[in-house]
Design a protein around this ligand. Structure first.
Ligand code: PLP
Length: 395
């Protein structure tokens, strides 16, 4: 822990936070406090909030409880916030050296090498860069219906041929059917685990065996955006496949369990030559420094991550219990911070009714599932408000 903590500060010379501590009641400390106060005022003026500025107004000034984007309403680790505060005056330099520190940290955690890692502003740039890579490398993607659109829609938009395999009877990925759909000229297979929007997770041993076989024909891309929220974490992570030289990509984000969607930080682990190529393409000026500092502090805050997993599970259980009590079908045993429920009405009608009750749920649909809607978990108060609204809308 101590070593990691030092590491998160190591590229910054003397940490500003430490410096402030040593300058008794110095002008710097006064300036820092003042800076926060005016920051909050500006956030309020713009109709913004963060979980750590409870006096501010909601972050989208529409007065709705926002359960539409699978954000983590509990907010980032206090240690991440402290780390950012400590570095607020250390923003003059570009961040390549700090990106390398983060890569080494991820490499140690995942048992891979740093040159297999690409770091970007959230994981979305990786998904879109990868979609483009598909079009340049055979143009064929196989994935499942009802999955996250980043790669499939991006690839389709760029002209790729995308095969959507139906879900299995439990609404999970049908790995056998996906494997059967892969041909010698398939470029890549996209697996989202846990899957957005269904929340379903694939049996780890089955996924490992699948990836080992299928990656001989096509690259297997596993999007683990929500993996840290799953009950089995970390036993179900698949980064070892990359370490062992399989033709696999693992993608992660700090937007979900780390609650840093507004800071934008994500990464992928992939074969080193591809990481070099994709890294060059996606560099686009680099990643922001405070995100890197916060991300590293959050990775070290194991207690917070464990607490997050538990709190998210409690709220998720409230939503599944509500669906159960209301007799609505839903994708069982969800493992992200959302549930996927058949509301019995078109998704947009449901969204409108929920909006009228002050709750924003996801506004889009997945082809073939028009009466299904995804609802994210919120803070206890937010989830409770959602359950109350569901009881009225779905009664
Ligand atoms: C499965 C999945 N992957 C990737 C992302 C992209 O997130 P970000 O760009 O914030 O890392 C999301 C966002 O909701 C997601 O659900």
């Amino acid at each position: 822990m101590a070593a990691n903590r030092t590491e998160s500060m190591s590229t910054s010379g003397i940490s500003r936070r430490k410096w402030l501590k040593t300058v008794s009641v110095g002008a710097g400390a006064v300036a820092l406090t003042g800076c926060f106060e005016s920051g909050v005022k500006e956030l309020q003026a713009a109709g913004m909030k963060t979980a750590h500025f409870p006096s501010a107004t909601p972050n989208v000034n529409d007065g709705l409880v926002r359960l539409s984007s699978n954000e983590n309403a509990f907010g980032p680790s206090q240690k991440a916030v402290d780390a950012m505060q400590g570095e607020l005056f250390n923003l003059a330099r570009y961040t390549d050296a700090t990106v390398d520190v983060l890569k080494q940290k991820i490499a140690r955690q995942e048992g891979v090498s740093a040159d297999q890692i690409v770091v970007t502003n959230g994981s979305s740039p990786i998904l879109f860069g990868y979609a483009e890579w598909i079009t340049e490398n055979g143009n064929k993607l196989v994935t499942s219906m009802a999955t996250y659109e980043g790669i499939p829609r991006g690839a389709e938009f760029m002209g790729a041929d995308v095969t959507y395999v139906p879900l299995d009877a439990e609404m999970g990925f049908d790995l056998d059917a996906i494997e059967a759909a892969v041909t010698d000229d398939t470029t890549a297979v996209y697996i989202c685990n846990p899957n957005n929007p269904t929340g379903k997770i694939v049996d780890p041993a089955k996924l490992t065996a699948f990836a080992k076989r299928v990656s001989k024909k096509a690259q297997v891309f596993i999007d683990e955006a929500y993996i840290e929220m799953s009950d089995a974490y970390p036993a179900n992570v698949q980064s070892q496949l990359v370490a062992d030289g399989h033709n696999v990509v693992i993608c992660r984000t700090f937007s979900k369990i780390h609650a840093m969607a507004g800071q934008r930080l994500g990464y992928a682990i992939m074969p080193a030559d591809q990481a070099k190529q994709l890294g060059r393409k996606l560099r686009m000026g680099g990643v922001n420094y405070l995100a890197l500092v916060a991300g590293m502090a959050s990775m070290d805050d194991h207690t917070n991550l464990e607490t997050m997993r538990k709190r998210i599970r409690v709220e998720r259980n409230k939503l599944t219990a509500a669906a159960e009590a209301l007799g609505r079908p839903y994708a069982k045993n969800p493992q992200g911070n959302f549930i996927y429920v058949d509301t019995g009405m078109p998704h947009d009608a449901f969204a409108e009714k929920m909006k009228a009750k002050g709750i924003k749920v996801v506004g889009r649909t997945w082809p073939g599932f028009d009466s299904w809607s995804r609802i994210s978990v919120g803070t206890p108060e937010e989830t409770d408000a959602c359950v109350a609204a569901l009881q009225e809308v779905l009664a």
